[in-house]
Design a protein around this ligand. Structure first.
Ligand SMILES: [Zn+2]
Length: 153
């Protein structure tokens, strides 16, 4: 199944959960967003997936922001410390490229298991709260569910 299909199934799973807990509009939207995003995560193991395209773009940007905030505490300091910031950014980006290129799990391998879904849900719960943890878990599970269905049809 390609990404619009997964996105749709993730939105449905998220909306059902948000309805079930009676979320008010803002929370409803946030839950649906988390579930929809999570429905795309398992295909990070696929070279041409939407998730990979986002990660390839997002990782260098996040690496830069992380390096900047780790090394600097003001806007001006970036000009003086551009060298360590650059080295740090390239190091993190390089690590990501090595992992994704040489240690990439085979498609529909480890990222397409219930264990991965559980670990993912717990990680989101840990960094936000239980509702987003459940939304993330449901979105992730919706992906496994949709892949299974697509195989049967
Ligand atoms: Zn998949």
């Amino acid at each position: 199944m390609n990404y619009p299909g997964h996105l749709l199934v993730g939105i449905i799973f998220g909306a059902v959960f948000a309805l079930a807990i009676g979320a008010e509009p803002f929370l409803f939207g946030s839950i649906v967003f988390v579930a929809a995003f999570s429905a795309l995560v398992p295909d990070i193991d696929h070279d041409s997936s939407k998730m990979r395209q986002w990660a390839d773009l997002g990782v260098p940007i996040c690496a830069f922001l992380f390096s900047y905030s780790a090394i600097c505490d003001g806007v001006m300091c970036g000009a003086e410390n551009w060298h360590p910031i650059l080295v740090n950014t390239l190091a993190i980006t390089g690590l990501y490229m090595i992992v994704i290129t040489y240690m990439k799990p085979r498609h529909r391998g480890i990222t397409h298991t219930l264990a991965a879904a559980g670990a993912y849900g717990v990680a989101i719960w840990f960094f936000s709260d239980w509702m987003f943890g459940v939304a993330g878990l449901l979105g992730y599970l919706s992906h496994l569910f949709a892949d299974r269905m697509a195989k049967l049809v």
